[in-house]
Design a protein around this ligand. Structure first.
Ligand code: SF4
Length: 288
């Protein structure tokens, strides 16, 4: 019995067997066929290879986490009929139209900025190149428990290609800015390697609120974008220019998905279901 809602979950078939996975790329690897996504609030019971579906949603709004398309999911996965790589490439194309700038090349922050950087390059006709090489042995930095650990991991994880970046004007594309530590260090690293200009383009709107649905993204006062203008953030992180994808453009791109509704609470502060206030969340954090 499996439920689906904020997080993606899909149904696959391999031979007569029914399988479930949070990402469709896992089905490809197993040689399974993607049947469909589990609907929000749907309960599925599989008995002797026979699948029965029950709607247990109880009137709640649909709220697929839009951050799955932006950051979490693998580009080779398809969620609700929309491939993650296509989504990100489309975001990059939109950013190129929304926030054009002259540069020698476009680079993505590995891995989740790469697809949008490719889209930006295709749309702007500015060459695509690699600014960083990523260590294969370091995981995602933002889930580390302390700022110190996160800082150390950024340096271990991403190394600039000095030959490529020296003396160049770079458009750097990243998926999002949460606390701002990672991007600040990356910009410093690029400057040290000789980059002439760094124009940062972010493949999502400003991250201004916390998540109550399984993503550990700090307290509101740790988020760099809270209460600041884009110009102020740009100065703080040390970029030459900064632009975020507009919420309007994010909505246009997300229309290609079959999802009937999204959660975009970290970008708007509005969630598809009622959430506790921050005082309750803070006191929970203090107890544990
Ligand atoms: S608040 Fe943000 S990260 Fe959390 S479920 Fe909603 S969109 Fe996803």
């Amino acid at each position: 019995m499996i439920l689906g809602g904020f997080r993606p979950l899909c149904i696959g078939k391999v031979g007569k067997n029914t399988i479930f996975s949070s990402e469709s790329c896992a089905l490809d690897i197993m040689g399974a066929k993607l049947v469909r996504d589990v609907k929000p609030g749907e309960v599925i019971v599989v008995t002797n290879n026979e699948m029965k579906s029950y709607d247990c949603k109880n009137g709640q709004k649909d709220g697929l986490c839009i951050f799955e398309y932006i950051y979490f999911a693998r580009p080779d996965s398809t969620i609700d009929g929309l491939n993650v790589h296509s989504f990100r490439e489309q975001v990059g194309k939109c950013l190129a139209k929304q926030a054009p700038v002259e540069a020698d090349f476009v680079a993505g922050v590995p891995d989740s900025g790469l697809d949008a950087a490719l889209g930006y390059s295709k749309q702007s006709k500015i060459p695509y190149d690699m600014a960083f090489i990523k260590s294969k042995y370091i995981g995602r930095t933002f889930i580390q428990s302390t700022q110190n650990k996160r800082k150390k991991q950024v340096l271990l994880k991403l190394n600039p290609i000095t030959n490529t970046v020296k003396g160049k004007k770079i458009i750097l594309v990243d998926d999002s800015i949460v606390r701002g530590n990672t991007i600040t260090r990356l910009i410093k690293t690029l400057r040290k390697a000789g980059a002439k200009e760094i124009h940062l383009r972010i493949a999502s709107p400003k991250f201004i609120d916390i998540c109550y649905f399984g993503t550990d993204v700090a307290k509101r006062n740790e988020l760099i974008a809270v209460g600041k203008t884009t110009e102020e953030i740009c100065k703080e992180i040390g970029a030459d220019s900064l632009e975020y994808l507009s919420l309007e453009n994010l909505h246009k791109i997300a229309k290609a998905s079959n999802a009937k509704g999204f959660c975009e609470g970290c970008f708007t502060g509005k969630y598809p279901i009622e959430v506790p206030d921050e005082i309750q969340k803070d006191s929970f954090e203090k107890i544990f």
